[in-house]
Design a protein around this ligand. Structure first.
Ligand code: AMP
Ligand code: ZN
Ligand code: FE
Ligand code: FE
Length: 283
């Protein structure tokens, strides 16, 4: 009995529609799936209908990028229901903040000799929340880079020449809004925080736990045994629950498989059970 608590659909920067994603999860033998599209809950209704048909559990969610200078701080919020609510009401402005940013990224790219069109990027994103993976795919299609990862490494990643920031929620604000909306806030892929050295992650976790953080991704799609053990120790020191998911994006992350990630990930159902029990105490 395995689950995947971090995936993306065409509602943001995944390549499978919500219904396809659910169908693949059922085929892969997963008993539960969380969809955590960036800044949107637009895929949830379709996914839920598909999950009912397939007989698997669908956990509605989103993934937020929070204000954090040292690197990327992402928050996966599970059990966030579509409709009005304290966090739900902020998602539209967060998506809107991507619009101006995408224009500026494309302008910068053109200044660097990477001549792509914003219209093609918007077309690549379809109805979904637009993200850098869509830009990277258009760059790849036109032969400016061999693959999406290279587009990030050379142009789009934080610190690279075409990187442009966008408005984000502060960490405390994101966590507080998540809980006030009945969601369970989980720190995603802690390695992207950009903190290292003894005690550095502990200091960050202390701050986030004070704000109400509930879980941390220990079983992430790319973590080896050693990384998982280190994160499990952090989780227990800070009384955080361990969460787990692949961060599947379909073609936008070709080396990450649904359920199993890059390195034979397996997230047992007990991980979901513990998070579900904590859900009763968030609001
Ligand atoms: P955005 O929402 O525009 O900030 O883009 C964030 C998304 O870009 C993440 O969810 C990942 O899917 C992807 N991403 C970030 N960094 C990288 C990277 N170095 N290589 C490939 N994909 C990345
Ligand atoms: Zn993404
Ligand atoms: Fe993320
Ligand atoms: Fe993600």
């Amino acid at each position: 009995m395995a689950v995947d608590l971090h995936t993306h659909s065409t509602a943001s920067d995944g390549s499978d529609s919500p219904a396809e994603l659910v169908r693949r999860a059922a085929e892969a033998g997963l008993t539960a799936l969380a969809i955590a599209d960036h800044d949107t809950l637009d895929g949830i209704e379709e996914a839920r209908a598909a999950a009912d048909r397939a007989g698997i559990q669908l956990i509605p969610g989103t993934e937020l990028s929070l204000e954090w200078d040292e690197g990327g701080m992402h928050l996966v919020v599970l059990w966030l229901e579509p409709g009005p609510g304290p966090l739900q009401d902020r998602l539209e402005e967060l998506r809107h903040g991507r619009d101006g940013r995408n224009e500026r990224i494309v302008e910068r790219l053109r200044g660097l000799g990477v001549d792509i069109d914003l219209a093609e990027v918007l077309d690549e994103a379809g109805d979904g929340s637009v993200g850098r993976p869509h830009i990277a795919e258009v760059m790849r299609r036109h032969g400016f880079v061999p693959d999406i990862k290279t587009a990030f490494d050379l142009f789009l990643a934080k610190g690279a020449p075409a990187y442009v920031d966008r408005p984000r929620l502060h960490p405390e604000e994101g966590i507080t809004l998540a809980r006030a909306s009945g969601g369970v806030p989980i720190l995603a892929h802690p390695h992207t925080l950009g903190v290292d050295g003894p005690g550095a992650l502990d200091a960050v976790l202390e701050r986030l736990v004070d704000a109400g953080l509930v879980g941390i991704e220990v079983l992430y799609g790319s973590y080896d045994t050693e990384e998982r053990q280190a994160l499990r120790a952090h989780a227990s020191r800070h009384a955080l629950l361990a969460s787990g998911g692949s961060d599947y994006h379909g073609i936008y992350k070709p080396d990450v498989a649904l359920g199993t990630g890059k390195v034979g990930l397996r997230v047992p159902l007990s991980v979901l059970d513990e998070l579900a029990a904590a859900r009763a105490h968030v609001a």
